[in-house]
Design a protein around this ligand. Structure first.
Ligand SMILES: Nc1nc2c(c(=O)[nH]1)N[C@H]1C(S)=C(S)[C@@H](COP(=O)(O)OP(=O)(O)OC[C@H]3O[C@@H](n4cnc5c(=O)[nH]c(N)nc54)[C@H](O)[C@@H]3O)O[C@H]1N2
Ligand SMILES: Nc1nc2c(c(=O)[nH]1)N[C@H]1C(S)=C(S)[C@@H](COP(=O)(O)OP(=O)(O)OC[C@H]3O[C@@H](n4cnc5c(=O)[nH]c(N)nc54)[C@H](O)[C@@H]3O)O[C@H]1N2
Ligand SMILES: [Mo]
Length: 766
């Protein structure tokens, strides 16, 4: 498409001209991490702002790092409690560059759509509200008042509240999230899809069903007591770098670390703590004591193999007392594991029986084991089964509700867990709705709303007129980019509350609005003075976050203030909620959170204690499983078989070391040895030979699903240590290949980690 109003949205699909492939790094962290973190900070923020920001991050009175959700240590925070990628996340937000009204006047949306995601992000912070009228080629300035007026009127004109969709990304504070879901439910719908739908949704559902909680069951201090930590389907060196320190401390105590991953990720090989002399200059500490290079989506088979060993011996090495007292379904699991053959396990996992037995022996002798996982498990058709197999493994050893043991889904966005706790969910519990309704004297809608995938399908069915996003980059994060783009084009109005320019601003409904907001690092001044907000980390600790930097522009609004203005423009003073009270002092929001959400009692006083507070967790605190039967459930799952034809591969999509989801910081994936480019496909050398491909060959990647093909053009082949039959490439470039109708059973998470593809060599004359 080339006409001005329908931009070529699928980003430039051009070969990287200066791609350079080196060797993967042997050690993570160290001097290189410090250098990159500091250079990026100074380049984006200047020296003074960089120092001010970096000294304030993750301190007891500072702001929460907008990077990952890994918790802060309680008693031994260092002066610089951040990592290389945290520094990049801060630099991205606190940059001195600005996107102004003149910028939008100078560039049409069509022109902008031809730029890369990296370029878009590098233009700087959004500074004022912008409006794209129907048929216009350029965004133009609009006042806040007029912007809210337009949105409010449009929402009021809808035939049904269900014709609007309200998306959330996981950086939103608890205060903003609570008000937002309240507004949406007062408006009359549960259409609250969020990034979690594409992320840990499978974990939440899997755990809720089996152990009666959707959250992890460990605290950070448990890592001091574990004797075995399994890291499966997660790349902490890049995505949760502060976790490496925790792992390093554990290894030094003699704890075993088992990595299960198709790739040998550098962050799990060795780690040099930048604040230790030996870590800064030396080769670092060895982390993973064992590594199993499982095939993509071979985890169910592998986990079954491990459980089979533990159960198979003459004397099963399991916690019989725990199983008898706290669980049900054990006999069915045992029968199933006895009937599964080693041929099926080895074939399904790609790991030999000997290697599985060796790791199973370590696990069987563990007195306190923690299993950590992330997207490597949650984005497959059988994702819920993957996680329930981990739960089975933990249950066999009684690894719940005892120090040093438990389940640890490592969350992504820094407040994605808190947003769920605040009620951002398209399938809210009846109990939550009852409490919300009682506090605000209304009857919230009970029918489930749309998840991310359902929202996109509903757009195509003409059922969505307004799409509103509180943060994130829906177009690029969602599956099936072309299909999602078309869905957004079918909306009448799309609204993005954002800090930075991204592709979701360019692929719009008939009319579009950009509402620029304050970020975490910035001072939030309201009538009663400077405000702070609160967030919940991956392990259920709630703490405050307060930015101190000068805002990027005087015209930015805070997220809570934006939600209040949206509610006022749409609901007025009807429905009994006085929205105006919430903006001047966020304590008034926290009082309402305390009244509605269990565990948040006396929030305003407890949030002011230096480390915040830990939310209660029935499994961790008292071995209480809140399932229907009050027991933890063993579950039985078949070994999945993907339909991979001849010449086809299973492809996973991963993050480079230089990106935050759809935000591309740069073109360096240092740990994997990939420099100056992103359009690469990692492939086993034997598969390359079989396909008659050489390193650096240009290929198109074609995905195959239910007879339909999707194509992503111009990738370079890179020989890499990855199991045969498997490929890896970067997200979001590959999202055009993820079929909208391929998602995990029950959680609806797109299968971004197992896409069936073939490679087609690009003719030299194209
Ligand atoms: N710097 C930085 N930090 C981030 C993010 C970021 O983009 N940049 N994103 C944030 C977000 S929202 C999230 S959800 C997390 C994501 O954190 P991760 O889940 O660590 O991110 P991915 O790159 O998707 O990595 C998935 C890992 O699983 C492996 N894997 C892929 N397929 C399989 C499989 O079938 N089985 C197994 N066992 N492993 C597999 C991959 O090789 C990779 O090591 O990080 C958060 N933190
Ligand atoms: N193929 C594939 N697709 C995936 C994944 C994958 O592994 N593979 N991972 C999935 C996962 S785990 C996730 S979580 C989603 C991520 O989906 P999203 O959360 O929607 O995407 P992000 O890239 O994190 O959003 C970046 C944008 O957020 C805005 N932003 C940043 N900070 C703030 C803030 O403080 N306030 C506001 N209002 N806006 C802000 C900026 O404008 C920035 O452009 O992507 C999913 N998509
Ligand atoms: Mo995520």
């Amino acid at each position: 498409m080339t006409d001005e109003r329908n931009p070529e949205y699928l980003s430039p699909e051009v070969l990287d001209a200066n791609l350079r492939i080196g060797k993967p790094a042997e050690s993570a962290g160290g001097a290189a991490a410090v250098k990159v973190g500091l250079t990026t900070s100074v380049k984006q923020m200047g020296v003074a702002r960089a120092i001010s920001a970096l000294l304030d991050v993750n301190q007891k009175t500072g702001f929460d790092c907008p990077g990952c959700a890994w918790p802060d240590p309680e008693n031994h925070r260092s002066v610089a409690e951040f990592c290389e990628n945290g520094a990049k996340a801060i630099a991205e937000e606190a940059t001195l560059k600005r996107v102004t009204a003149e910028f939008f006047a100078a560039h049409s949306i069509n022109e902008l759509s031809r730029q890369s995601d990296h370029w878009l992000g590098q233009q700087g912070r959004l500074t004022r509200p912008m409006y794209l009228p129907k048929g216009a080629t350029h965004y133009q300035p609009i006042s806040w008042k007029d912007a809210f007026h337009k949105i409010g009127n449009k929402l009021k004109s809808l035939g049904s509240p269900n014709d609007a969709v309200f998306y959330t990304s996981g950086r939103t504070s608890n205060e903003a999230a609570f008000l937002y879901q309240l507004f949406v439910r007062l408006f009359g719908t549960n259409n609250l899809p969020d990034c979690s739908n594409m992320c840990h949704e499978s974990s939440g559902l899997a755990m809720n069903h089996t152990i009666g909680t959707g959250k992890g069951t460990v605290s950070l201090k448990d890592f001091d007591f574990a004797d075995c930590i399994v890291v499966i389907g997660q790349n902490p060196g890049t995505n949760h770098p502060r976790m490496l320190r925790t792992l390093q401390d554990a290894v030094r105590r003699g704890c075993k670390i088992i990595s299960i991953n198709p790739l040998v990720e550098t962050g799990l090989k060795r780690f040099g703590h930048p604040q230790e002399i030996s870590g800064f200059f030396g080769s670092g500490t060895r982390l993973a004591t064992h590594h199993l290079p499982v095939k993509i989506n071979g985890d169910v088979a592998l986990l079954k193999g491990i459980q089979k060993v533990i159960l198979d011996e003459a004397t099963p090495r399991i916690d019989l007392d725990f199983i008898a007292q706290f669980t049900e379904g054990f006999e069915a699991l045992r029968t199933n594991l006895h009937s599964v053959t080693w041929e099926e396990i080895v074939e399904g996992s790609g790991i030999s029986e000997k290697d599985i037995r060796e790791v199973a022996d370590v696990i069987a002798s563990s007195k306190a084991m923690i299993c950590c996982w992330a997207m490597g498990l949650t984005q497959h058709q059988n994702a819920v089964s993957n996680i329930q197999e981990i739960i089975n493994l933990l249950l066999l050893g009684g690894h719940f509700g005892r120090p040093g043991a438990g389940a640890c889904p490592v969350r992504g966005h820094s407040n994605v867990q808190g947003d769920r706790t605040m009620g951002i969910w398209e399938r809210p519990s009846h109990d939550f709705l009852r409490r919300l309704g009682a506090e605000f004297h209304f009857t919230p809608p009970h029918a489930h709303g749309y998840s991310t995938v359902e929202a996109i399908e509903a757009m195509h069915a003409g059922k969505v007129k307004i799409f509103f996003a509180l943060g994130g980059n829906f177009l690029s994060a969602a599956p099936d980019t072309a299909y999602t783009a078309h869905g957004l084009n079918l909306c009448e109005l799309t609204v993005q509350v954002s800090t930075k320019l991204n592709r979701s601003h360019l692929i719009t409904g008939d009319e579009a609005l950009i509402l620029p907001c304050l970020g975490r690092t910035e001072r939030d001044l309201q009538a009663s003075g400077a405000q702070f907000v609160c967030v919940e980390d991956s392990m259920g600790v709630v703490h405050s976050s307060q930015g101190r930097l000068d805002p990027a522009s005087t015209e930015l609004m805070s997220e809570p203030a934006i939600v209040v203005a949206l509610a006022q423009a749409t609901l007025g003073t009807t429905l009994g909620v006085d929205w105006s009270e919430f903006v001047g002092n966020y304590d008034t929001i926290r009082d309402r959170i305390a009244a509605v959400i269990p565990g948040f009692e006396n929030l305003n006083s407890r949030i002011r204690t230096p480390n915040g507070f830990e939310l209660p967790n029935a499994v961790r605190d008292s071995r209480e499983f809140r399932t229907a039967s009050k027991k933890a459930l063993f579950t039985v799952h078949p070994i999945p078989h993907l339909n991979v034809g001849p010449g086809q591969f299973v492809m996973t999509t991963i993050r480079s070391h230089d990106q935050y989801n759809t935000t591309i910081y740069g073109l360096e994936d240092r740990y994997r040895g990939i420099h100056n480019g992103r359009r690469v496909v990692l492939m086993n050398a034997d598969d390359m030979a079989a396909q008659k491909l050489s390193a650096n060959d240009a290929v198109d990647i074609v995905s195959h699903h239910l007879g339909k093909q999707r194509r992503a053009k111009n990738f370079r082949v890179v020989a890499y240590e990855i199991p045969r039959g498997c490929l890896a490439t970067y997200f979001p470039e590959a999202n055009v290949l993820v079929p909208i109708d391929s998602f995990a059973k029950t959680s609806h998470t797109p299968t971004s980690k197992s896409i069936i593809v073939s490679l087609e060599k690009v003719p030299s004359d194209r």
